[in-house]
Design a protein around this ligand. Sequence first.
Ligand code: RP5
Length: 191
Amino acid sequence: TTVADLVDLFESEATHDRPSEETPDVGIVMGSDSDLDVMAGAHEALTDLGFEEVTDYDDAPAGYSFESWVVSAHRTPDLMYAYAETAADRGVDVIIAGAGGKSADLPNMTASLAYPIPVVGVPVQEKSVDSVIGMPKGAPITAVDAGKSYNAGLSAAQFLATDDPELAAELQALHDKQRDGVADVSLALHE
Ligand code: RP5
């Protein structure tokens, strides 16, 4: 596969008129496959909320779903443009973008290119924080702390839940489970 093949895939997918339940609701992009371990938290959060991964646009799951791609701002800028600029037409409602290093430009560039789709940025390392969040006035990004991609998954779902009470209830249930987990741990100290 070449980058041009992937650009074609995103561009041709943007021309399909698929019903919204058959398109990925959340798009996850990361700058390198070396970011996969850190970005796994975003997959985990979305999976905890019942989202399924889209691996084939022609065979998307019926409920909430996400897709995941490696897109490098510096090694494949054309792919970054194609991904972000077609996101809305491909039915993506929120993007989670993670990158590491000091020039972690994928999240901030994706936020500019995909605007007004909200982008949740994940600095893969501490040194990436300023690059991810340092956006000028008029070019917003939402971001989580370094490495906290699980929170990025939750934030993405929060955007979707603003007009979906069922998803809001899933988020609340997960929150309650986490709260009860603290009580369990606390009690266990006394056993
Ligand atoms: C960034 O550079 C990527 O997001 C990654 O975190 C970092 C290093 O990438 P590799 O050299 O491991 O591919 O753009």
